[in-house]
Design a binder for this molecule. Structure first.
Ligand SMILES: C[S@@+](CC[C@H](N)C(=O)[O-])C[C@H]1O[C@@H](n2cnc3c(N)ncnc32)[C@H](O)[C@@H]1O
Length: 409
């Protein structure tokens, strides 16, 4: 029998289950040995390595293999390219080891152009990484081209307007997408329900699953020091945020072996996934923490933006195509597909720094009340009011643009 002092365990367990919480850990060491992570227990990798043969990463690579300095000094571009990629190979091998069967790896990588020994040429990092992953047994899926909006693109590479001596400007990078083995299965009812709640909007799907992303700038974000982010080769928050929502479900674990300023970790926090990040530069700790300190507001802003953008989409579609058939069960707003019925974008409630390298996030389980409106007149069939006494939806006067939204551009 339970004594008076003992807590009621059943109640405690219920309370624990109801709270949605994610855990985020930073590890300041090389990802060429991720022994903190047992094999096949990670759902998703989202990362951007230092790019071989881009000058800003020469020091990082030469610190990890002294032969690279010699190869560069000798003017041997192809050997330098190969040795730098061999450093990355060790990390890719760890990625393959820790990924669960059915898990995805999304790698943002750009090719490099460089003049060595008066010889200007392309160093094809994308194809080198792709080939390595195929050799390791990962399945390659269609990749995304990230067409960067450069602030001052240098269109005059080589002989300018004179024919036969000019070079095409490199204005894109790749997001390579791999899967380990077969498709992931969701067999238990609880897993299926979690997957339904992790759905993205139909109109987001149409943008995000396009093979070219044109709406994201390369650098410059509000969430932490702009200069530090530019120096560290940070990608925009929107890249990992989309990828995490596209290739994992809530509660999954995302790993970034090249954490940098922590963008992937922040995106995982915003999307309700756990994360682990490796980084060799311990100096980046403060930059990562400053992002973590502001993540609750930044993430909630992005979430509000997604819902407001959906409202605009609904209003425009209603004008052109008429009433909707499906209704989201959590918020009551119209959706295009039945798959979006349980979609719930959990608001972040708080962040707790557990120790200097770990932060936990607590989320709301209920939909944001201010987005629960009565959209009755938008349905072709009788709809079920989600909550009694809801305010009738009134369209916004100045709707935001209906384009792929960059969070912080
Ligand atoms: C392109 S940056 C990543 C930027 C990151 N996506 C962001 O948004 O800030 C690559 C990072 O990998 C780190 N790095 C290089 N070699 C590494 C290794 N072997 N293990 C872990 N991190 C490494 C570099 O210090 C650098 O911060």
């Amino acid at each position: 029998m339970q004594s008076k002092q003992e807590p009621n365990r059943t109640l405690l367990i219920k309370i624990t289950i109801m709270i949605m919480k994610t855990i985020h850990q930073m590890i300041f060491k090389s990802a060429n040995n991720m022994s903190h992570i047992p094999q096949e227990c990670v759902d998703l990798i989202v990362t951007s390595p230092p790019y071989p043969m881009i000058k800003m990463w020469d020091d990082s690579f030469t610190a990890q293999d002294h032969q690279i300095k010699k190869a560069l000094n000798d003017g041997d571009g192809l050997l330098s390219f190969e040795l730098m990629n061999q450093i990355l190979d060790k990390v890719w091998d760890e990625v393959v080891r820790i990924l669960k069967p059915g898990g995805f790896a999304c790698i943002n990588i750009g090719d490099a152009v460089r003049t060595i020994n008066a010889n200007f040429m392309l160093y094809p990092n994308q194809s080198r990484v792709l080939t390595h992953m195929l050799n390791k047994g990962l399945i390659a899926l269609p990749a995304i081209i990230w067409r960067k909006q450069l602030n001052a693109p240098n269109k005059f590479m080589g002989s300018g307007t004179l024919p036969a001596g000019a070079y095409v400007t490199l204005e894109h990078e790749y997001i390579l997408i791999f899967r380990k083995h077969r498709k992931r299965e969701f067999q238990q009812e609880a897993d299926k329900q979690n997957r339904r709640e992790s759905a993205i909007f139909w109109e987001e799907r149409n943008n995000w699953f396009s093979d070219i992303w044109m709406d994201l700038k390369g650098a410059g974000q509000k969430m932490s020091d702009k200069k530090v982010r530019q120096r560290s080769g940070a990608f925009p928050f929107e890249i990992p945020y989309r990828l995490i929502n596209m290739f994992s479900v809530k509660g999954d674990t995302v790993v970034d072996p090249f954490l940098g300023t922590g963008t992937t970790m922040l995106a995982a926090m915003a999307a309700g996934r756990n994360s682990i990040g490796y980084e060799v530069e311990a100096d980046l700790h403060n930059t990562i923490l400053s992002g973590v300190n502001s993540i609750v507001n930044v993430a909630n802003e992005r979430i509000r933006n997604r819902i407001k953008t959906h409202f605009v989409f609904v209003e425009q579609r209603m004008k052109h195509k008429g009433k909707f058939k499906h209704q989201n069960r959590c918020y009551g707003f119209p959706v295009i597909t039945l798959q979006e019925k349980d979609l719930l974008l959990n608001q972040l409630l708080s962040m707790e720094k557990v120790n200097k390298n770990r932060a936990d996030i607590i989320y709301a389980d209920e939909p944001q009340q201010n987005f629960c409106e009565d959209w009755g007149s938008y349905y072709s069939e009788k709809h079920e009011p989600v909550r009694p006494g809801l305010k009738k939806h009134v369209p916004e006067k100045q709707p935001p643009k209906l384009v792929q939204l960059g969070l912080l551009d």
